[in-house]
Design a protein around this ligand. Structure first.
Ligand code: MRU
Length: 365
């Protein structure tokens, strides 16, 4: 049998001619592997809103490339007037930011792109477009390196043969490579750790079933798909020694917003004494949010619960729905937050400050 190699297409990329954003259409997985080539801002924003590209870091990279493509398109209208260029660029930045509210990586990447342009005043409009292209590619490359480092730190808290439970998809399909929660799983797999991974299906959009169980099995890992309401059962049986999830926004006190259902998993893990880790690049930490109460939680259409994935509606038209896409895991339930600068442990309001210092020192290197 041919050796399994994993998903071989890049989750998010810039085309070789620098003219298009290339993404895997994740709404079609696992059945169909289709690449989309996008250029128009409306299409890029819609792809993010509809979760064709999704997962906090991947959304950030897609938006960074999207803003470069916006710059490319608006440059001819600006002549040599940099001020007009900045005004139009700010509009494009805000338009892309409005695609989804919770994953701070989206805002982080777009603000970083705009700041790069602002600090490059005088380069001329064509020069600024080129600078934005390079910055988008740098953000993409950094994502690979950062996720690998998450994997190296994450692996230090894991043991060979362990059962690991994860929720949603914080895998390669949510980043450029390796994933965040899955980074230690990929690295461990390379080193023969033989993890037994449990993937929650993750209602209502089934990222765990469609994406996590797909990419990990494609990579040849031992992955068992469970429904969300089975997490307690597998922990009660002693099959899970560690829980690791990704994250969309970490507040300064460690409260962490991730895919809906994560906080329930953390509560169950605490009950059974299973360590619960969040794996998040520092681009996911929002020091402006004091606590999880300050994090905006996206609400999505109720039809995602009632109709999507079914040939017939699974609930009456009249039934009301509530469909928050994320919830906040209280910092008291989190064992550690794995970042590319090390693992932060409680009290997070102190340890995350130390991570921030390391982050700033690395920026100034
Ligand atoms: O709605 P999604 O699919 O974008 O939500 C994704 C998640 O919640 C992931 O767990 C999170 O972005 C971590 S990404 C590595």
């Amino acid at each position: 049998m041919a050796e399994k190699k994993g998903v071989t297409f890049s989750t998010v990329d810039l085309s070789a001619d620098g003219q298009r954003l290339i993404i895997i259409d994740q709404t079609l997985l696992p059945g169909t592997m289709k690449l989309l080539e996008l250029r128009a801002q409306e299409d890029i924003r819609e792809a993010i809103y509809l979760l064709k590209v999704r997962g906090a870091p991947a959304i950030g990279v897609a938006a960074a490339i999207g803003l470069y493509l916006a710059a490319l398109d608006l440059a001819p209208e600006c002549g040599d007037d940099e001020e007009v260029f900045y005004a139009k660029l700010a509009e494009a930045r805000d338009y892309l930011k409005s695609a989804r509210p919770t994953a701070v990586n989206l805002m982080w990447a777009l603000d970083r792109m705009y700041a790069k342009a602002e600090t490059s005043k005088g380069a001329g409009v064509a020069g600024l477009v080129e600078i934005l292209k390079q910055e988008a590619l740098t953000i993409r490359e950094e994502d690979i390196d950062v996720c690998r480092r998450l994997g190296e730190y994450g692996l230090t808290v894991l043991k060979k043969g362990q059962g690991i439970l994860t929720h949603c998809n914080a895998g390669q399909l949510a980043t450029v490579k390796y994933g965040t929660a899955t980074a230690p799983m990929y690295l461990g797999h390379e080193q023969g750790y033989d993890f037994k991974i449990f993937a929650d299906e993750t209602r209502p959009l089934l990222q765990g079933a469609r994406l996590t169980s797909f990419e990990l099995s494609e990579a040849g890992m031992d992955v068992t798909l469970i429904c969300d309401n089975m997490a307690s059962s597998v922990m009660q049986k002693g099959w899970v020694q560690t829980v690791i999830t990704g994250c969309d926004r970490v507040a300064a006190n460690g409260d962490s917003a991730n895919k809906i259902g994560t906080s329930g998993v953390a509560i169950i893990a605490k009950h059974y004494g299973v360590p619960f880790y969040i794996s998040a690049p520092t681009s996911t930490i929002d020091f402006e949010c004091a606590t999880g109460a300050d994090i905006e939680i996206e609400e999505r259409p109720g039809d995602e619960i009632k109709k999507q994935w079914y040939t017939e509606p699974m609930a009456p038209e009249a039934a009301k729905t509530y469909n928050p896409a994320f919830d906040v895991t209280d910092h008291s339930l989190i064992t550690g937050i794995i970042t590319e600068f090390g693992i932060a442990y409680p009290p997070f309001s102190e340890s995350l400050k130390e991570i921030k210092k390391k982050m700033e020192a690395a920026k100034n290197e």
